[in-house]
Design a protein around this ligand. Structure first.
Ligand code: GLU
Length: 428
């Protein structure tokens, strides 16, 4: 799905360097922040159901923990690379800083396609991941969470392995756990809802009523689904959803001009965000090529899948009607496309601000685990909306005040916070 010509880590460094120049960061801080502080590359042997052993390549990378323990998801993806995980760990540092939670940035990944693994194989893979890594993760060290193609069950297997090895109960060692097993109410919805909390504030500032807007979404995993649900709840209309189809090994865009029924689409999706094509046709959806999500005449584009999806090569396909790009995915836009977006006057809500709702709720989960007292869902959403709104306005106001592209404004705030932590610790 991702365009391989772009390296996400190089993209992350280009974005960082541009703002480091603006901020005139000192050379020590700059060198420290433009690369990860720790990388672990390892292999996990997994006994498969047929008795053979398959060996999976895996990573955990901690970009920076000056503001608090490393924090970030673990992805299961066949195209995972060290550079993807490096970039994602770096973006986690900025994400936690921009929403001002006391956590650093980390990320993990396993090169695998969980579509082809049975549940017992997935369990052995999760346990194997922790068996290799248990000295380098922990509530006060580095705290994993779900990401692309991982879920609460995976987190719980990992926690159980960690707790077995360490002989105790350490629920804050991982987040995104199932509710009732140390998970927070609202965690499942948090990233997608957070995207729309930010979007709602932007629309208010631009004097655009949400009910008069339309959107096209790339992806239908957890983030996309809950963003679509909240957006339609506020009166917006999702015209198209694009996602990967496992059986055909390609992506399709499912379109309904009158507006997609998100609940209905959720009922015909698989565990990894793929929509059943035949059932969608039966329900009256038009089926278009995967990349057509970008060509729709809508007000808002929501890339909510993988990195490197909006590039100069596809930018001309974006309709003149589009006013906002709301980056629900991590790194969906390549740095060479940012000037084109800005020139055309499209407002961009940058990824690490826009999708910070997930990690913010993960932080709430850790807080609740620490107290062993769990909040009602209303309290979670209220705190989440308030954190996202505060972060949005800090970025938005800085962008107006200094005439900055929103991505640069978000980077300015995040880098300044992390650089200050680095300075206070006496690191640089
Ligand atoms: N994987 C999510 C992200 O990219 C959430 C991370 C977390 O909750 O730690 O933001």
């Amino acid at each position: 799905m991702a365009t391989t010509a772009y390296n996400p880590f190089e993209n992350a460094q280009i974005q960082f360097d541009q703002v480091a120049d603006l901020l005139e960061l000192n050379s020590g801080t700059r060198e420290l922040l433009r690369q990860p502080m720790q990388e672990i590359h390892f292999t996990i042997p997994v006994k498969m159901d047929d008795g053979t052993t398959q060996v999976f390549k895996a990573y955990r990378i901690r970009h920076n923990d000056a503001r608090g323990p490393g924090k970030g998801g673990i992805r299961f993806h066949p195209h995972e690379t060290a550079d993807t995980v490096r970039a994602l760990s770096m973006w986690m540092t900025w994400k936690c800083a921009v929403v001002d939670i006391p956590l650093g940035g980390g990320k993990g990944g396993v090169v695998c396609d969980p579509h082809h693994l049975s549940l017992t194989e997935q369990e052995r893979l999760c346990r194997g991941y922790i068996r290799q890594l248990f000295t380098q993760v922990g509530p006060n060290l580095d705290v994993p969470a779900p990401d692309v193609m991982t879920n609460g069950q995976h987190m719980l297997w990992m926690l159980d392995e960690y707790e077995t090895i360490n002989n105790g109960r350490f629920p804050s060692m991982i987040t995104g756990k199932p509710v009732g097993m140390g998970g927070s109410l609202g965690r499942k919805e948090a990233t997608g809802y957070g995207v729309v909390y930010v979007l709602k504030n932007l629309l208010k500032e631009l004097n655009i009523p949400t009910q008069e807007t339309t959107a096209s979404i790339q992806g239908f995993g957890n983030v996309a689904e809950y963003a679509a649900r909240m957006y339609t709840e506020l009166g917006g209309k999702v015209i198209a959803v694009s996602c990967w189809n496992q059986s055909d090994n390609q992506a399709y865009t499912f379109k309904k001009q009158a507006g997609c029924d998100i609940e209905q689409l959720a009922q015909i999706k698989d565990d990894f965000g793929g929509i059943d094509k035949e059932k969608a046709i039966d329900l009256g959806y038009e089926v278009l090529p995967g990349e057509d999500w970008l060509k729709q005449e809508v007000d808002i584009l929501i890339p909510a899948a993988l990195e490197n999806q909006i590039t100069p090569a596809v930018f001309p396909n974006i309709s003149e009607k589009v006013k906002i790009i709301c980056e629900a995915a991590n790194g969906p836009t390549t740095p060479d496309c940012d000037p084109l977006i800005r020139e055309r006057g499209i407002t961009l809500l940058p990824d690490f601000l826009c999708n910070a709702g997930g990690v913010t709720c993960s932080y709430f989960e850790q807080v609740q685990c620490g107290m062993n007292y769990f909040w009602e869902i209303e309290e979670v959403f209220e705190k989440l909306e308030s954190a996202m709104t505060k972060a949005f306005y800090a970025v938005y106001e800085l962008s107006l005040e200094k005439d900055l592209y929103m991505r640069d404004a978000a980077y300015t705030i995040a880098i300044q916070r992390v650089a200050e932590a680095v300075r206070l610790r006496g690191w640089a």
